[in-house]
Design a protein around this ligand. Structure first.
Ligand SMILES: [Mg+2]
Length: 293
């Protein structure tokens, strides 16, 4: 594209970074609600946490650690990450997700790098993209495994360690568990919250790590998300932000719209780039991030 002075104009963006769940398909599909239920079941059935505190505990962990999983690890529960993910995602109503050819052609018409960035695991991400008929629309997937090296391998050099981990009593009365409910009920200035070993949104570190792995410049990237706090964290690292699923902009969101289908009407630069896409946007190096094992 040449401007009035005959100079070649550069598009404002060169990468579109997409959250997956409740961003590329609507909340009304019901997956988020099923995930919440499965997490609660996991806490009761696999970690032996008392049912009466699940709601409060889950909320506190989610609020303070980004994901319930990250919070559970922080306060002292140990479990296999793959097993957690298969429990939480294994029984989801994936049949509610239908192929979305409109979104597929929208994405394919946009001459930018397109990358998925999700806190979920790779199996879930792949399944969702396949259900939506969006295979091949993205250069790569940054998922849980990308940011978190495989947990079980940490102990696999020594079989005794595996035995030990497996035989630990995992109950809420276990003295090794940090009492986060008590911590917030009666704050003690001397106590700080334990840190989580899990790297996930909305931590700024997680976003920066993801950008680095995929070689993404935040200042030339649009970040699509349904989560307000992820949007705000994205803004802090310099991303241009788009809140999806809400028509009202919030602090930290440069754009907001109800459905990902509105992408071109809502962001004029994207349709302009589309019209003038004579450039070969084969977009360089593929992101080798989706697979870690
Ligand atoms: Mg989401």
């Amino acid at each position: 594209m040449e401007d009035f002075y005959g100079q070649v104009q550069r598009p404002k963006y060169d990468c579109l970074l997409f959250d997956l769940d409740d961003t590329l398909y609507p909340l009304s599909a019901g997956l988020a609600e099923a995930v919440r239920q499965n997490i609660e079941d996991y806490m009761v059935q696999r970690l032996g946490i008392e049912k009466s505190i699940i709601n409060d505990l889950g909320n506190l962990l989610y609020k303070n650690y980004g994901t319930t999983m990250a919070g559970l690890r922080a306060i002292g529960y140990d479990f296999d990450y793959d097993e957690y993910h298969s429990f939480v995602h294994g029984r989801l109503p994936y049949e509610n997700l239908k192929p979305d050819p409109v979104l597929r052609s929208l994405l394919l018409s946009l001459p930018f790098r397109k990358v998925i960035f999700t806190n979920a695991d790779k199996i879930h991400a792949t399944k969702v993209l396949s259900r939506l008929g969006l295979e091949g629309c993205f250069e790569g997937i940054i998922c849980f495994e990308t940011l978190n090296p495989v947990h079980k391998n940490a102990a696999s050099d020594d079989e005794d360690d595996i035995e030990f981990v497996g035989s630990k009593p995992l109950t809420s009365s276990n003295s090794g568990i940090f009492d986060i409910i008590g911590h917030f009920a009666q704050p003690n200035p001397g106590t700080t919250l334990p840190k989580t070993p899990i790297v996930c949104k909305p931590s700024v570190d997680a976003i920066e790590k993801a950008l680095k792995i995929a070689n993404i410049n935040p200042h030339r990237t649009l970040f699509f998300e349904d989560s307000v706090r992820n949007i705000q964290a994205g803004k802090r690292v310099g991303l241009h932000t788009v809140l999806v699923g809400k028509s009202q902009r919030v602090k930290g969101a440069d754009y907001a719209f109800e459905s990902i289908h509105n992408i071109k009407e809502a962001i004029p630069e994207l349709s302009e780039a589309d019209k003038l896409a004579e450039v070969n946007y084969n977009s360089g190096v593929p992101v080798e991030t989706s697979v870690t094992a």
